[in-house]
Design a protein around this ligand. Sequence first.
Ligand code: BG6
Length: 489
Amino acid sequence: MAKFVPVDPFDIVIFGGTGDLSRRKLLPALWHRWVDGQIPENSTIVGTARSDLDAAGYRKLAREACKAASGDSWDEKAWAKFEKLVHYVTIDATDPKADWGSLRKLLKLEAKRPLVFYLATSPHLYVDICRAIGGAGLAAEPARVVLEKPIGTDLDSARAINEGVGEVFAERQVFRIDHYLGKETVQNLMVLRFANILFEPLWSHNYIDHVQITVAENLGLEGRADYYDRSGALRDMVQNHMLQLLCLTAMEPPNNIDDDDIRTEKIKVLNALSPIEAKDVRKQTVRGQYTAGLFDGKPAKGYLEELSSANGSKTETFVAVKAEVKNWRWAGVPFYLRTGKRMSGRHSDIVIQFKSAPHNIFGQSAETVNRLVIRLQPDEAVRLFVQIKEPGPGGLRVKSLCSSDLYAESFTLRYPDAYERLLMDIVRGNLSLFMRREEVEAAWRWVDGLIEAWDASGYAPEPYPAGTDGPLSSAVMMDRDGRSWWGEV
Ligand code: BG6
């Protein structure tokens, strides 16, 4: 049975409180932490948005959201208590005449009481909202601000946001969230690497042939066409989630788990990423865009048909990249990243492919490589593939056997959503799973370089039918290196 240590009473103000993220993730995350007894009764949750709602209207919205996220385990009695924490204030943060007085009245504003401002709005509002919070005299510590991704659309816009937010909040008050870092299995990657002696001696170019990181989604645009078409898979997934996974896989052991050390190590990895030049984009990257195909066995529209205006968009919905981390540990070890919408299935894996045994005494056909597969979702698991002798007479046959799941089968608890963990870390003031300013900017620097290389080489997305594993070039990219993507998507 998992144990939850309650956090101190806190106030949280969610800007964009009626939006999609609040309804799908933030309110349900707070609700689940409440049900598990982690949130004290005298905490306050305030939704704010431009819509003219009252507290009762917002509680209704929150109830629907939390109920939808609870499935069969809905607890009406617990809700009756929880909803007393929930309030709403109409605020247009870009309006100098906005009513901050009503918000102020709901907050306790005590010297040590955490006050969280969660910006679940469009990033172009971040600076204005922070200035308004500062103008209302609410930005002093223990206040803290949470910035959702994407922080900008390129290095310049990310810098402008970081500068603007930095005028109001000190860096130690800024929590830049990447929800992948709150996933149980992603944290388990750190435990696996740094709480076991087994892997670390092997964790380098000496014994690792290559690393694959796949985040495959079978969903399409899900009502986000406007945002997505301006973004594309590289900005939407690679700049943040995929590079964060790469960093955790490649970083040096941090001195400490609690403070800035993890962030310092991650930044070193980002700074060691080799830029991809225009002459190499067709060898080292694949851009794809889905066309009509299948989803769940039924006909699915292509990307262009899903967009409301068929504008001949050149936005990529799939990207594969062969990245290189130029440092002592990883010299010559490719990190293959791949992500896409409308692929044949939904799964996220980190695959560590070890080198072959130096001398194969079992015959040419015997496989002699080990593989560590960390399945982030669904069916969270860690699987180690080792070679064994197939039992039975008739010669010595070598077979690849997967160790039993070390994770999903061992624990029967409900896997908390990433936001649950991250929200509690924010309340506690623990920054280790949040990105430092330089980290976001280093990731943009590398991604901007790749976008420039795509533009300079005129590389338009290659079509792939919905329900497949991306363009054929993705398999060809691996094949050229004598490798292949692991497993079925
Ligand atoms: C978001 C992206 O950050 O992550 C989405 O904007 C994507 O496009 C989502 O679908 C994936 O998150 P998860 O937790 O479902 O893997």
